[in-house]
Design a protein around this ligand. Sequence first.
Ligand code: GLN
Length: 463
Amino acid sequence: MINTIKEAQEKLRNGEVSPGEVASGFLSKIKERNKETNALLSVFDKVTREIEETNKDLPLYGSVFAIKDNILVEGRRCTAGSKLLEHYTAPFDATVIKKIKEKGGVIIGKANMDEFAMGSSTENSAFGVTRNPHDPERVPGGSSGGCAAALAAEMCNAGLGTDTGGSIRQPSAFCGVVGFKPTYGTVSRHGAISMASSFDQVGPLANCVEDAQLIFDSIRGKDEKDSVTSELLRKEKKEKIKVGIPKECFVEGIDSGIKEALEEAIEKIKKEEGIEVVDISIPSIKYALPAYEIIMASEVSANMARFDGIRYGLEFERPAAKDLKEAYLINRGEGFGKEAKRRIILGTYALSAGYYDAYYIKAQKVRSVISEEFRKASSDVDVIFTPTTPTLPFKIGEKITDPLAMHLSDIFTVTANLAGLPAISLPCGEREGLPVGAQLLARRFQEENLFEAAKRFEAIWRK
Ligand code: GLN
């Protein structure tokens, strides 16, 4: 089985395998495992021909992608995991999709996700839960759970997701793959369905760090259709890697298995030449999750307003409502799932006159404090090391009735979104036969250093 893009590329270029063999390898895995895992919501069949017609010298030649179903692929259904968009067909390619196609990537299908990217388990999809390929009783994480599961089940060798509070990194950790959230503003979001716009980033999921970097390099850059994008990337050539570990991350609320696995991983890197590990402190990290919840829900309530049944919604599939209000009630009432409704209500409340200062403004102030603490803490180190998740992949149904417990899954990932930092999750060990992920963060626009460190650590942990 061909696992990485690099491997597929080499074998295709030197004629060891044919495009047909690559395509049928993935398609037969889909046939074998998609019923059980429900990782892909739609599957495209022209992969062989598309690889055959691709110029072999292109950087993404040999890559076969599962795309999260909130990223527009022209002429294909794009549901965002919601009943509201069940019959919506994308009228154009998202900028990232255009770039993938131009650079030789091929798309094999659209991947399941929590509705409008709200969730940590893919249980909030209107089209059924995705199951973790390592244990079908367990969740694959979320919201990009379909992409992560598709990679882990060898249905593709590349994935594209979105990350608002951890939705690329947390499922990657749960499924034992690599997931990268770029610096805010490095990758265009034009054609990605918005969740919370001051946090949202598009990024790669892959089978190794090198592939994640290759995909990132192919999709990044300024786009006039997303005004926050820039070309900026910094690199300071370093011989040694200095790693900071925030002591707050290893105190409470983290499972003993995860803690042990991470401590072992840290011991392994400490032994290596040229890696220095130091303790750091980010005292306000404990306020990151509450601040994220308020700001995220506020932005969600604004972004979800467009699903009114007039521009997008169920309206076209049912008899016309008698007036505008009834149209809203039908479309939004029946179209949105429970979690989306909870967040719309919470966000509308937090933004309402009289509460705005107490909640939204306060949370924004906390966000500034956390960003500043991260800036200070990282000024003396190259990367910051934390767990990706506080627990191993949990059982399907275990947390779905307890939204607070579910939201705790994001405790280590939301800080990167609050502060706009680049962050990567990569496998660093196993517990109870399940994958454990480590997260590395760097200063803004320092993706190159982050990838360098991640590649070194990956080589150590894979030994
Ligand atoms: N799990 C987080 C949430 O539900 C993150 C979602 C995301 O990154 N899209 O808010």
